[in-house]
Design a binder for this molecule. Structure first.
Ligand code: FPP
Ligand code: MG
Length: 334
């Protein structure tokens, strides 16, 4: 019998509520440094909340694969913190790069503090993630997250280098998407398989789930930039195209154009900074190509792959939550 997926995040994550609450306490109390302004900054940031998607994946994978209690597994919590610290730090740096003033419906750090304090606060969180990796003392997991840090930097630089570049192809977009988003979500899942010492087939199933979910997550983020309001997102919307970001909707549009239309599209992109009418003309092309709906279809394919990857995993309420989480990620696009 087919069950109806739950699309409310809180409801989906109910089976790991105690773990998420404990993580929240740890983020607020145990991450605090000695410096007073850093303490305020770190606490403000974690108090603002967030979906805690990456730690949630780690907790759910742990419980889907192991019947041992999470309570005494300090290493599980260290990993959950590592993912959230790296994610938060990368957003702090990204908001400086994008000059964004609002995130999670709150003023960003760079809107309240100068760049020196903001950059170093992000660095502090990366450093704390490194401290946690040291405490873990599992070389394979250190290697996974070290590669994630490299990927995040490379993905961000590639994105900056290729603004307004309409010669890009899907390979570029997929690689960049993996580096800047999917690699961390993949590591949040795979590191738990490593922690538990699972056999290679299970580890690969879990890694694939994280990879595909991570890819879909960024694809949908790129779609929402066109479809959602700033209020719904808690951050500015519609900024990717204005900023010259060639994401999936633009790639799909370019593919659909005749040579003359493509020349026109390319010319318009170079004039983007100039005026609203240029933006509206480009949006017209995107609409005519039905590029948003086609992008949702691509994201849905990744969600299906994520769910299918879990086939070899034993049924449990935690596996169901991982499946529902995949549906939730996709539902955000409609
Ligand atoms: C958000 O993308 C940004 C990321 C997913 C990654 C950003 C990575 C860095 C700034 C490099 C990290 C640095 C180190 C030292 C590891 P977005 O701008 O598409 O999303 P948004 O709309 O939420 O801002
Ligand atoms: Mg950004």
């Amino acid at each position: 019998m087919q069950t109806i997926p739950k699309l409310n995040l809180q409801e989906i994550l109910e089976p790991i509520k105690p773990e998420l609450e404990r993580l929240e306490q740890r983020l607020l109390n145990e991450i605090s440094p000695d410096s007073r302004s850093l303490t305020t900054i770190v606490q403000d940031i974690f108090q603002a909340g967030g979906k805690r998607l990456r730690p949630a994946i780690s907790f759910l994978v742990y419980k889907a694969l192991s019947s041992t209690s999470t309570h005494d597994n300090e290493k599980l919590y260290l990993i959950a913190e590592i993912s959230e610290l790296i994610h938060t730090a990368s957003l702090i740096h990204d908001d400086i790069i994008d000059n964004s003033l609002v995130r999670r419906s709150m003023p960003t750090l760079n809107s309240k503090w100068n760049n020196a304090i903001t950059v170093v606060s992000g660095d502090f969180m990366f450093a704390r993630a490194a401290v946690n990796l040291g405490k873990l003392d599992i070389n394979e997991i250190v290697c996974l997250y070290a590669k994630v840090l490299e990927n995040l930097c490379a993905g961000e630089i590639e994105q900056i280098e290729h603004k307004y570049d309409t010669e890009l192809n899907w390979d570029y977009y997929y690689t960049k998407t993996y580096k800047k988003t999917a690699s961390l979500i993949e590591a949040s899942a795979e590191s738990i398989a490593v922690l538990l010492g699972t056999e290679p087939k299970t580890r690969e199933a879990i890694r694939t789930y994280g990879y595909e979910l991570g890819m879909a997550f960024q694809l949908i983020d790129d779609i929402l930039d066109y479809t959602a309001s700033a209020e719904a997102l808690g951050k500015p919307a519609g900024s990717d195209l204005k900023d010259g970001q060639v994401t999936l909707p633009v790639l799909i549009t370019i593919e659909s154009l005749s040579e003359t239309e493509r020349n026109d599209f390319n010319k318009l992109i170079t004039k983007l900074a100039d005026a609203e009418p240029v933006l509206n003309q480009l949006l017209g092309y995107i609409e005519k190509a039905n590029a948003i709906n086609k992008s949702i279809v691509v994201a849905a394919e990744h969600i299906n792959k994520a769910k299918n990857a879990l086939n070899p995993i034993q049924d449990s309420i935690y596996k169901t939550a991982l499946l529902d989480l995949a549906d939730f990620v996709l539902s955000r696009s409609h």
